[in-house]
Design a protein around this ligand. Structure first.
Ligand SMILES: [Zn+2]
Length: 224
């Protein structure tokens, strides 16, 4: 027999189960705290180095390479945001999460290539057409026209640009200037890592302090 108390207990459990809003709020609170840790960007650079060292020892495989590369993309974006704009990160955790998400989701454009659909990239490119500055430019144009979605679209554009930072220094680069040019643009891996380390180091010695970080409101669900 199912008692009323048992049913109430199940309902309470279901109510307490983490849903999307809870998870996002937890992530935003974690991110706000992360913005106050000056050493974190440099620690993330070390994480990137470890991920890339492991990746270099593993033969290319869509799954395993992706599982190592995408966290490194996330870390790259986090390094730049946390080091150069900690106050903004603390004040806009929701928009920060949008930028972080966009900095990995752009790689969805590789899926057609893995499925054998070569039309998404020219033969001279190691990455698809959408790995070009045209993509964040389109996002910014839509942001300019769509006022309501402007902050989210602008954050997404920033995330895509930060994705390109890592792609510049890994693999054969990316077709940044497409459609003006189909040639991959690249820098060497050490240039990417040193540039990231310099940016991370700036967080340690620079003037930025998220001292006026506001706590994430509990009741609101909108980003930023
Ligand atoms: Zn990419």
């Amino acid at each position: 027999m199912v008692t009323g108390g048992y049913v109430r207990s199940i309902n309470r459990d279901l109510t307490n189960r983490p849903d999307g809003a809870h998870v996002r709020r937890a992530l935003e609170q974690w991110w706000t705290r992360a913005a106050g840790l000056p050493w974190l960007p440099l620690a993330l650079v070390v994480v990137i180095l470890v991920l890339d060292a492991v990746s270099s020892q593993v033969p290319f495989h869509v799954l395993w390479t992706g599982l190592l590369d995408e966290p490194a993309h996330l870390a790259t974006t986090a390094v730049v945001l946390l080091a150069l704009a900690p106050r903004w990160c603390a004040r806009h955790p929701g928009l920060s999460l949008v930028a972080l998400a966009a900095s990995t989701l752009i790689d969805v454009d590789h899926v057609p290539l893995f499925l054998g659909v070569d039309a998404v990239a020219a033969s001279s490119m190691s990455r698809p057409f959408s790995h070009a500055l045209l993509t964040p430019l389109v996002l910014l144009v839509v942001a300019a026209l769509w006022v309501r979605a402007r902050p989210v679209l602008a954050a997404a554009a920033a995330g895509v640009c930060l994705h390109f930072v890592r792609d510049l220094g890994t693999g054969s680069g990316l077709p940044l200037l497409w459609p003006l040019s189909s040639t991959d643009v690249a820098v060497s891996y050490p240039v990417y890592v040193v540039a990231l380390a310099v940016v991370a180091g700036y967080r340690l010695v620079g003037p930025a302090r998220p001292s006026r970080a506001r706590p994430v409101p509990r009741a609101t669900s909108s980003v930023g």
